[in-house]
Design a protein around this ligand. Structure first.
Ligand code: XMP
Length: 519
């Protein structure tokens, strides 16, 4: 275990991810956690993250010197680097000279930390203070134009740090620097592998559920719920029932993929509820986006609830009322960190993710992914033999195509959109670009018509909008610069193959100001 101490940086999660990429398990803890509590968890190393404060600012988070007294290897990044320098007797000065973004770092002495790294490297910086004198006994490994000491190490004491952000993509050799600390200075062994994760999680699930009853899992068609279900299935076999609500707003082939490929890969017991008519009935005549979302959410809860009561039967009413039922959720580590951390399992009465469970039904949550990042979940999915299409699927909103049709949602419009969307996805995959973009919404402007000419005649059809975006976390996004040839192919195929569409437009808006979805 490596602890990443969060000094309020937006980078703590990224650091934790990079540590795991170095095959070492990591968790994030707040900087307010007492040092003895950190050490009681027996970490193999501690990494201090960057943060927005200046070391000398009143109220700046302090580094307790007890953390760097040699009992545990420590690596400091940016703010953590400066706080560590100050705590160890070095000098940190406020020079008023800032370095933001791309910065040239010069290696002075490679030592262990920077071994094999070129003498000049581009690194991402974000600091206003600088370390001017390294603490006694430390080797200064590098400098930059505005950081006299940009990296230092004391291999004996197993303490090192860098002024830049090795965890960000733009820092050259960043992962190598982190690994030199983890593997060569701190002596962490690279044992965090997907095979081990699967084994450990299956064991943990068996321990949690024991012989205390059945579990249920709502499948959304997305990666997280599928991988969570597959893990639980491996642990408890047919005591798990999966429920998939087909609201008729899925894309082409998605329901079949769950019905056929997911079941084939996992052997899970799956109940598919065909609720298309019900959803389309409830959506008839509605074109306001918020109202559509509310209707879809409400209907979903009702259908899931009914299916659940059927599946669990006796657990709800009959004499087995005491039977503990478990609810499997695909909660990920970022959700856990963002909602304030907390370990262990909680017992709930109803959960907003599935909503409206009967009041007298108590579920214990099973969340086998709550220590994992999305990229790890995908690798676990591969390890469990889930289909690649499912494991590498782009995020897809719960309300589905219902919020990708501007205007009323009808079966006819859904079929048009499904056909156009399938072509766009096919061509993206054929161009090998699936993993280069975050999401590729395809939108039907149901209430807009445009004039075209196809064959010998005038047409009056609907435009389709392509909305490929790049993003790290969906909070911000940019429009993806797809190659013209790919766009051309998509446009030609859609207008040729989907009768009702005579025009294809490309959305070139970033987020903000645009959102990723149109509604
Ligand atoms: P926006 O459109 O707000 O979307 O930029 C950000 C991300 O969230 C997804 N999204 C949803 N996901 N239920 C979901 O599960 C929803 O109601 C919903 N609305 C948007 C969207 O696809 C993007 O990834």
């Amino acid at each position: 275990l490596v602890l990443v101490v969060d000094y309020g940086a937006q980078y703590a999660q990224l650091i934790a991810r990079r540590v795991r990429e170095a095959k070492v398990y990591s968790e994030i803890v707040p900087h307010t956690m007492p040092v003895e509590e950190m050490l009681a968890r027996n970490p193999k190393a501690v990494i201090l993250s960057g943060g927005p404060s200046s070391v000398y600012e009143p109220g700046a988070p302090q580094l307790d010197g007890a953390l760097v007294d040699g009992r545990v290897p420590v690596f400091g990044i940016c703010y953590g680097f400066m706080a560590m320098a100050a705590a160890l007797g070095g000098t940190v000065s406020r020079t008023g000279q800032r370095e933001y973004g791309r910065t040239q770092v010069s290696v002075l002495e490679a030592g262990t930390l920077l071994q094999g790294v070129p003498e000049q490297l581009v690194s991402w910086m974000s600091h206003g203070d600088e370390v001017t004198i390294a603490p006694e006994g430390f080797t200064v490994n590098a400098r930059s134009p505005r950081a006299t000491v940009a990296a230092f190490e004391d291999v004996e004491r197993k303490i090192a740090g860098v002024q830049w952000h090795p965890e960000v993509m733009h820092s050259e050799h960043g992962q190598a620097v982190l690994e030199h600390f983890l593997h060569d200075i701190a002596g962490c062994r690279p044992t965090w592998t997907m095979v081990n994760i699967v084994e450990e999680q299956v064991e943990a699930i068996r321990e949690q559920i024991g012989d205390r009853g059945k579990a249920i899992c709502g499948l959304s068609g997305g990666v997280d719920s599928a991988v969570a279900a597959a893990l639980v299935q491996r642990a408890i076999g047919d005591r798990l029932t999966c429920v998939y609500v087909d609201h008729g707003l899925m894309r082409q082939g998605e329901t079949e993929q769950i019905e056929r490929d997911f079941v084939a890969a996992t052997g899970a017991d799956l109940v598919v509820v065909d609720a298309e008519e019900r959803f389309l009935g409830a959506l008839a005549g509605v074109s306001d986006p918020e109202e559509k979302r509310k209707i879809i959410g409400r209907e979903f809860i009702r259908v899931f609830e009914a299916a659940e009561v059927d599946v669990l039967g006796d657990a709800v009413t009959g004499e087995d009322a005491d039977t503990v039922a478990f609810l499997v959720q695909g909660t990920l580590y970022p959700d856990v960190v963002e909602s304030g951390g907390g370990a262990g399992t909680s017992t709930i009465k109803s959960h907003h993710n599935v909503g409206g469970l009967p009041d007298d039904l108590r579920f214990e949550l099973v969340e086998p992914l709550r220590t994992l990042f999305k990229d790890e979940v995908r690798l676990v999915g591969e390890q469990l033999g889930l289909p690649a299409d499912l494991v590498w699927r782009h995020p897809f909103p719960g309300p589905g195509l219902g919020i990708r049709i501007v205007g009323e949602v009808t079966k006819e419009r859904l079929d048009i959109l499904r056909a156009a969307d399938a072509i766009a996805r096919e061509e993206l995959t054929a161009a090998g670009l699936d993993r280069d973009i975050w999401q590729f919404p395809v939108v039907l402007l149901g209430d807009v018509r445009s004039v075209g000419v196809q064959g010998d005649g005038r047409t009056y059809g609907h435009p389709i909008v392509l909305r490929p975006v790049t993003s790290e976390d969906a909070m911000t996004a940019d429009w993806a610069r797809l190659p013209y040839e790919v766009l051309e192919k998509i446009s030609t195929r859609i207008t040729n193959e989907v009768d009702e569409v005579n025009r294809v437009a490309l959305d070139i808006t970033s987020k903000p100001p645009g959102t990723i979805e149109w509604e």
